[in-house]
Design a protein around this ligand. Sequence first.
Ligand code: NAP
Ligand code: MG
Length: 491
Amino acid sequence: MTSVATADLPAVDPGSVPSDLFIGGKWTGACTGRRIDVFNPSTEEKIATVADASVEDGIAAVEAAAAAAEGWASTPPRKRAEILRRAFELMMARADWLAELISIENGKALADARGEVNYAAEFFRWYAEEAVRINGEISIAPSGANRIIVQYQPVGVSVLVTPWNFPAAMATRKIGPALAAGCTCILKPATETPLTAFAMAAILAEAGVPAGVVNVITTSSPGPVIGALLHDPRVRKLSFTGSTGVGRQLLREAADCVVNCSMELGGNAPFIVFDDADIDAAVDGAMIAKMRNGGEACTAANRFYVHEAVHQNFAEKLSARMKAVSVGDGWLPATACGPLVNAPSLRKVSEFVDDAVARGAKVLTGGKKLDRKGFFYMPTVLADVAPDSKLLHDEIFGPVAALVRFKDDDEVVRLANDTEYGLVSYVYTQNFARGMRIAERLDAGMVALNRGLVSDPAAPFGGMKQSGLGREGAHHGLLEFTEAKYVATSW
Ligand code: NAP
Ligand code: MG
């Protein structure tokens, strides 16, 4: 591990970003006047405060979204598309600025933040293209008695709740399809990363999104505020990205008013390396699947199952690459891995590694936190991780690769599927047919075959089992913000 110098200060001033609630096209303080502190995880310094919305502010946002709903739903799709396209262009024009802001409040390395801005902006471009392709269906009833006409209409006022790990992309992945479908929305970003969300709101307003169509609220009491929103009959949709635990709670809350739910929840991705894999390619893929975002991704490879015949080769090469990763303040260009987002995350990663080591895992590199300010953990590779270790059952959400040996296909499929999660699986083999056979047997919404990355705005992203409900991206993501209206008629 190389440590990067900390002397340079970031160029972006977090104080220049709007920090009040964005409701009905206006920036307003919370009605209680309360504020929430925002920190830089590389330095632990306070960088800003943002408004702390109460239930009353949340309801004001619903009112603004409901008031704008009819106008936006009846705005011509071409016009909605052009506004989204303009938002894409504005994001790209400010990509460097946005990337640095993301690095400052989230901690991720600048290269990862830049990658996120491109990915996030692509959702606006993709859904600008989809907005004009919301096609219905028409058919003759099998009985011949009538015609079946199906039209996709906006589902209505949507509540969007997002996590801190991709503060821009998780917002655009919801706002893009919501706006394309003709829905108005209320975004509640994670408390760790509100500034990126407010910066996005300003960009959307500049792109021509009318007042009330996109509202953004931050709150230190997400339970009561989101709970109140889900009990307001004007709210018809919840799109949530976050942990499975909070997702379960929100599904219960949404049940009372039978709110339509899309859930992108936690993962526990297996990364399978077969004996016929190209090991150098597998190591390259592993570095992306593990280290993108410093391991703080729902898609992060969590459990590496490596065939015993190639285990030593893979473990040595992966350890050498992990050891060479430069760790430092997120916004410094030389940094490849920034800090974890906060102190509880650092504690969790430390505890998971200590637990695995206590159960017999060998530390091939890393294995401890950094002795400096900020929430830094060393890029770590553990081998011979025992089956009952915590990090094989729950998301590590940090720069730690846990290696386990396997002998045959049936065994590794059983191990890979032995989890309540089912978001993504990674498979490396040079035998394409074998890869496809394994892919079909894996309980995962997404499979990366000889690739370390699945995320693509044009592909349906989402999980099976307790990793979620519904899909984001692609045309699938648009349909999540629509209702199929069926008209029976005859002529
Ligand atoms: P989290 O704790 O579940 O929080 C997610 C969001 O929910 C935040 O905005 C949070 O607000 C809010 N929230 C927390 N408690 C709530 C409650 N009782 N009612 C309503 N909202 C509540 O998740 P996180 O720690 O931010 O993000 C990491 C998790 O997200 C991981 O599990 C990761 O796998 C998952 N994730 C999934 C995907 C996917 O597409 N499947 C993508 C990215 C991340 P506060 O910030 O104020 O707590
Ligand atoms: Mg949180």
